[in-house]
Design a protein around this ligand. Structure first.
Ligand code: TYM
Length: 328
């Protein structure tokens, strides 16, 4: 059975882009694959953060993943910092990755921009991500389009490691969905929907109430024409709504466009209704989980133990390959 691994940062509230680009695939992959999913709290400290908030956000992100349909009987859900191999393997991979390739990462350039000083952690973020993936002999990594470059780097690092030290690491493949891989900000449809957007009006968090979801979708920025057509370059706002509607209804955005004649009102109403309906069961499950934080912690404890057993085995191979003396 192929091994699947993916991760999400506990920064901000999980939004529709995270769900449609990544988490929806995670839910689907639980049955046919051996799947591990991780809340990557160590990645969340690469930018300034509030220590008083991090633990609560980490637990909340895990609860949202369970509410979204991850089932601890069918997958392994855990917190990155609970399995030490992630940081140990990062060090070894730091000695394989190069400054040049890290400097080329567009996410580093974007996130570092305008910061007075940039931490080494932010620079090294993609190597920690490579360690996350490589620590589990991962075959397949379901992610949104924005992680494509990081995945390429993880593959390059694995290939270089194997070339230098002998076949040790499994070289992973990215799995990027055909629809929903890049959900854009509703208020600024040329930027991706993001947890750290400057204004929240363009983002739909998974726990937003129906009224604000409807309001945000109805005020989505479109263009001055009236024709509903899927054309990302010329009509980014309209195409984004079609992608969202397509992703939540399981239909193709180009075909969907034909359903709407006579302006954007109908498209906006249909998208708002579909999203509200789609999120309702998730929101209900979240409220149940919220009432039982100890149950969620138990899931994370078991998840960490299962993950650790796999990662320890891979790390032992890595230590042996690079020639580290076994502990007597
Ligand atoms: P993060 O936390 O930013 O996002 C989690 C997942 O959501 C996807 N995503 C989107 N998909 C479509 N449209 C959007 N607007 C959108 N915004 C986010 C992301 O592509 C991602 O799949 N570096 C990763 C976390 C990570 C990871 C890993 C992922 C750490 N280690 C190992 C995979 C494997 C990140 O910041 O994702």
């Amino acid at each position: 059975m192929a091994r699947v691994f993916s991760g999400i940062q506990p920064t901000g509230d999980m939004h529709l882009g995270n769900y449609l680009g990544a988490v929806r695939q995670w839910v689907a992959d639980q049955d046919a694959h051996d799947a591990l999913y991780c809340v990557v709290d160590l990645h969340a400290i690469t930018l300034p953060h509030d220590p008083a908030e991090l633990a609560a956000r980490t637990r909340r992100t895990a609860m949202l993943l369970l509410a979204a349909g991850l089932d601890p009987h069918r997958c392994t859900l855990f917190v990155q910092s609970h399995v030490r191999v992630h940081t140990e393997l990062t060090w070894v991979l730091n000695c394989v990755a190069t400054m040049g390739e890290l400097r080329r990462m567009t996410q580093f350039k974007d996130k570092g921009q305008g910061q007075e000083s940039v931490s080494v952690g932010l620079f090294d973020y993609p190597v920690l991500m490579a360690a996350d993936i490589l620590a589990y002999d991962t075959d397949r990594v379901p992610v949104g389009d924005d992680q494509r470059q990081h995945l390429e780097l993880a593959r390059d690092i694995a290939l270089r490691f194997n070339h230098r030290f002998g076949e040790t690491l499994v070289v992973p493949e990215a799995a990027i969905p055909p629809v929903g891989a890049r959900i854009m900000d509703l208020a600024n449809p040329t930027a991706k929907m993001s947890k750290s957007a400057e204004s929240p009006t363009g983002t739909i968090a998974l726990l937003d109430d129906p009224k604000s979801i409807t309001k945000r979708i109805k005020s989505a920025v479109t263009d001055s024409e009236t024709e509903v057509r899927f054309d990302v370059a010329a009509k980014p706002g309209v195409s984004n709504l079609l992608s969202i509607l397509g992703a939540v209804t399981g239909r193709d955005p180009e075909t969907l466009a034909g359903d709407f004649t006579g302006g954007y009102g109908g498209l906006k109403t249909a998208t708002a209704e579909a999203v509200v309906e789609f999120l309702a069961p998730l929101q209900e499950r979240y409220r149940d989980l919220e009432a039982d934080p100890a149950g969620v912690d138990a899931v994370l404890g078991e998840g960490a133990a299962k993950a650790e057993a796999i990662a320890d085995g891979v790390m032992a191979r890595v230590r042996d390959a690079v020639g580290l003396l076994p502990r007597p």
